[in-house]
Design a protein around this ligand. Structure first.
Ligand SMILES: [Zn+2]
Length: 526
């Protein structure tokens, strides 16, 4: 008999679907065969490889990206448009997954933010598989709460995320099941004991002449910026307590702990052990923390990915041994990419615009607008690299023509040398699809985000610290991510066609025999 999660089907479906999202993993890392040699040597030759996979939304951030990967929908559809969002109804900027109604479990006195998938408007891969088969299981794990929760979805058996204080995975009563005993004792300090003793030592044979120098002035973070990174070299200025948990957040070993935890999940919750297909989503968040601090051309990133290469090889060997070769499908992708450091000569004329310069420019623009409209108080409520929220109530109270105000504000923002464009919803809700209008439309939710959206010039980091790098734009360095599907259900192939991350969920569901889904994306394996 042919087996399927979704009913009748023509192919044998896997018993377990594993999706690994490496936070901030640029597709460009896979262009260089020496960067991840094992992945190139074995995984590539036996997988379906999509070399031109892009996010197709403007705000390429972690929450928006993970929700998109898991739901097959744009942020405008699933409702998670950014990590932090200006909430129009309350006028408050808050975490996009905030949920003060939950209680933490698996830990006493947790000081993390209270969060859940309540605001996610669309079902995830795991939700859909469970809706087709009540006996299927769905779990999610990541260091970051938003990565784990948004990939897990509303109906996951449980999502786990990391608490640096207790050095363990925690969760909440948003999920109905009892917190498993095995997870209570599976701590990061016990699995990573060796690394905690030796520290993070630079250990890749990668050609350092292709990389930036160690301890460059624009590197920053919680460690002193040179190898080895040890418990002792955590900068006391930034890490006064929870040093072991912070060490894991800031090194490859945090993500190694997540993968070890995922192995325990498979073993203890018996994932992939029967004919009811299970789903496990894994977010590797330390990759993002390291990338923000040291940049994509750093020795730290080269070493992280060299280690990840072996972690993935080990994980596949574990799946082969426990679930069985041919019984699982593994997908590898990312929630967004990253901008090169402006100081590293990757994009000509790129520049770092620090908070102070940005704030000064916005204050000057606000003052000019006040003078023009004969006002006496501030007209801008909030601003950041992603845009500006005008104080509409104040403008209306003073009989200002808000259309004229918005037009002049956009003009002034666009006159800043580091801003490529400023847009209000009317500019992109009806559009011809030209860059970046479709990206902005796909990130638009009338409830969330600034009314005026800004796009920086390519390569520019706007409203930034004096060091480090970031992501969050519609440029290809932020949108271009890997997508590899490994498993007996897919034939080895490689395509250079441009495809979008909303296509990932419908493609993976197709492998599970589920095709009748309502998503923005489409199956890529037809
Ligand atoms: Zn991210």
């Amino acid at each position: 008999m042919l087996l399927s999660c979704g009913g009748s089907n023509k192919m044998i479906t896997p018993k377990l679907l594993v999706v690994i999202s490496v936070d901030q993993m640029s597709a460009s890392y896979l262009d260089d065969t020496e960067f991840m040699p094992r992945t190139h040597g074995s995984l590539f030759s036996t997988s379906a490889v999509f070399t031109q996979m892009h996010h197709y939304h403007a705000r390429t951030t972690t929450a928006a990206g993970h929700a998109t990967l898991a739901t097959g929908c744009y942020p405008s559809t699933h409702g998670i448009v950014d990590n932090n969002v200006y909430v129009r109804s309350t006028g408050v900027t808050e975490y996009s997954i905030l949920d003060t109604s939950i209680h933490f479990i698996g830990v006493e006195n947790c000081n993390l933010k209270k969060v859940s998938a309540a605001r996610l408007q669309r079902p995830t891969l795991g939700d859909i598989v469970k809706s087709k088969n009540a006996k299927s299981k769905s779990y999610s794990v990541a260091l970051k709460d938003r990565s784990s929760i948004l990939m897990g979805g509303k109906d996951a058996n449980r999502a786990f995320w990391f608490d640096a204080e207790s050095i363990r995975m925690v969760s909440s009563d948003y999920y109905n099941e009892r917190f498993p005993d095995w997870a209570l004792s599976f701590s990061g300090d016990s699995t990573e004991r060796e690394a905690l003793a030796t520290g993070w030592i630079y250990n890749t044979p990668y050609d350092v002449t292709k990389l930036d120098g160690d301890s460059a002035s624009y590197e920053c973070g919680k460690f002193l910026p040179w190898f080895p990174h040890t418990l002792a070299s955590l900068d006391t200025l930034y890490v006064s307590h929870d040093r072991v948990g912070n060490f894991l957040w800031n090194t490859p070993f945090g993500d190694h702990y997540v993968l070890e935890f995922a192995k325990q999940l498979i073993a203890k919750e018996e994932l992939g052990q029967d004919e009811q297909c299970d789903v496990l989503t894994i977010g590797l968040s330390a990759a993002d923390i390291i990338g923000h601090q040291f940049g994509p051309n750093s020795r730290e990133i080269a070493d992280y990915y060299y280690r990840l290469d072996s972690y993935i090889e080990e994980f596949i060997a574990y799946l082969d041994a426990t679930v069985g070769e041919g019984n699982y499908t593994l997908a590898l992708t990312a929630d967004h990419g990253v901008a090169p450091m402006p100081e590293f000569p990757a994009i000509p004329n790129s520049e770092r615009i620090e908070h102070t310069q940005f704030d000064d420019d916005l204050e000057r623009i606000d003052h000019e607008l006040q003078v023009f409209f004969e006002l006496t108080k501030e007209t801008i409520l909030e601003s950041s690299y992603s845009g500006v929220e005008p104080h509409f109530q104040y403008l209306i109270n003073n009989n200002v023509d808000t259309s004229a105000y918005v037009a002049l504000l956009k003009e002034k923002l666009q006159s800043l040398h580091y801003i490529a464009g400023a847009y209000s919803p009317a500019d992109y809700l009806v559009n011809d699809g030209s860059f970046p209008l479709a990206h902005l439309r796909n990130s638009y939710d009338p409830r969330y985000g600034y009314f005026i959206q800004t796009i920086p010039q390519e390569g520019y980091l706007v409203d930034m610290r004096s060091c480090g790098t970031t992501h969050g734009t519609p440029y290809s360095y932020d949108t271009h991510v890997p997508f590899i599907i490994y498993g007996a259900q897919v034939s080895a192939m490689k395509t250079d066609n441009t495809v979008y991350t909303v296509d990932i969920a419908p493609t993976l569901l197709h492998i599970l025999g589920i095709d009748e889904v309502s998503m923005d994306g489409k199956n890529l394996l037809n």
